[in-house]
Write a protein that binds this ligand. Structure first.
Ligand SMILES: [Zn+2]
Length: 346
């Protein structure tokens, strides 16, 4: 009797686990700049709103260390459900003064992407080296955001000179962080302005860096590790109601097997190979531009092909595709294109 009860309990547990949606094993990353009430609104999260974010994350998500989570995903190891990592670009002083003490209350790990030249120059708006050392000693991740925060892909010619310059800004920042912190940070890079093209992503891969952009979406083992997405959490994207929805999304399971994305095309073609996943409602997929205009697409032979009908404007443009999940929530894909990347002053 006791044995059979144990057996039925075991069977029940096995059945319950089998019925649960497969563990998504995905990571959503939030990107902040300023946490302050008196900085440019487009890149700022107000202090009271930031407090609301932290409360919400504390109640509903598992805030994890970015480096730890990326290493585990790359190695095919599991991370907690509802995992979220917090990142702050540019090392603004209000992250030290305001955001850090608040995150200490919640014991949340976080990452700051540092452009090292403004720190070397003693700019008053960024965190100074002695303060960065203090953060480093307390376990804050300080990672590479280039030396001079240059536009890295708005050039006339992608020649050897360009190649040397982009390698130089990445390696200088890594060297300065290593010198000032006393140990080399993990090779994880955030593109200034989130801008990259295929040539730059390949250089970052050659240099051995994981690289992050500023396009929306989550991260999984099938992600492009030199074009990882993040969800903006400042400016209009600081709104907690819309942020909650984004945090419930998972990365759309696709791969980009076709290398050369044309980098200066005003109507680029998105081609992505669909990965097996019964949870995705492929029949209810939708694609749209960053401005919200629908993009026609087709799915044929396991390949998603989409192309905008409207010309992309100069600068950063995005394709977004979303599909509902059978288990609830939805899947999200975002892909960035830059157009007319000359050294113009935009
Ligand atoms: Zn930046």
């Amino acid at each position: 009797m006791r044995l059979s009860r144990t057996l039925s309990m075991t069977l029940l547990l096995v059945l319950m686990v089998a019925l649960l949606p497969a563990s998504a094993n995905t990571l959503n990353v939030l990107m902040y700049h300023h946490v302050a009430n008196d900085t440019p609104p487009a890149t700022s999260t107000r202090v009271d709103v930031f407090r609301d974010h932290l409360d919400y994350l504390d109640e509903n998500h598992e805030v994890v260390d970015l480096v730890w989570a990326l290493e585990r995903l790359q190695a095919g190891e599991s991370i907690p459900d509802n995992a979220v990592a917090l990142t702050f670009d540019d090392a603004y002083i209000n992250v030290y003064d305001t955001a850090w003490p608040m995150m200490q209350e919640y014991d949340f790990p976080f990452t700051v992407f540092v452009a090292t030249q403004p720190v070397d120059q003693g700019s008053r708006i960024v965190i100074q080296w002695d303060q960065l050392r203090e953060m480093h000693e307390e376990g804050v991740r300080l990672l590479n955001h280039s030396h001079g925060h240059e536009y890295m892909v708005r050039y006339d010619a992608y020649d050897d000179t360009w190649r040397e310059e982009v390698i130089e800004t990445v390696e200088t920042a890594q060297r300065r962080l290593t010198e000032e912190l006393g140990e080399e940070p993990p090779k994880i890079f955030a593109y200034p302005y989130g801008e990259y093209n295929d040539l730059l992503r390949d250089i970052m891969e050659d240099l051995g860096y994981i690289s992050m952009g500023q396009h929306s979406g989550g991260i999984a083992d099938f992600s492009d590790w030199q074009a990882l997405p993040r969800f903006a959490a400042g400016g209009t994207a600081a709104n907690l109601d819309t942020l909650k929805v984004k945090l419930q999304s998972r990365p759309l399971p696709v791969e980009f097997p076709l290398p050369e994305q044309v980098t200066n095309d005003r109507r680029p073609v998105l081609e992505a190979r669909l990965l097996d996943n019964d949870d995705v409602r492929w029949d209810a997929l939708n694609c749209f531009t960053g401005a919200g205009t629908p993009i026609p697409f087709s799915i044929d032979g396991g390949v998603l092909t989409a192309q905008t009908e409207e010309d992309f404007r100069d600068g950063r443009n995005r394709y977004n595709c979303t599909a509902p999940a059978r288990s609830g929530g939805f899947y999200w894909l975002s892909r960035q294109w830059l157009v007319n990347q000359g050294p113009a002053d935009y």
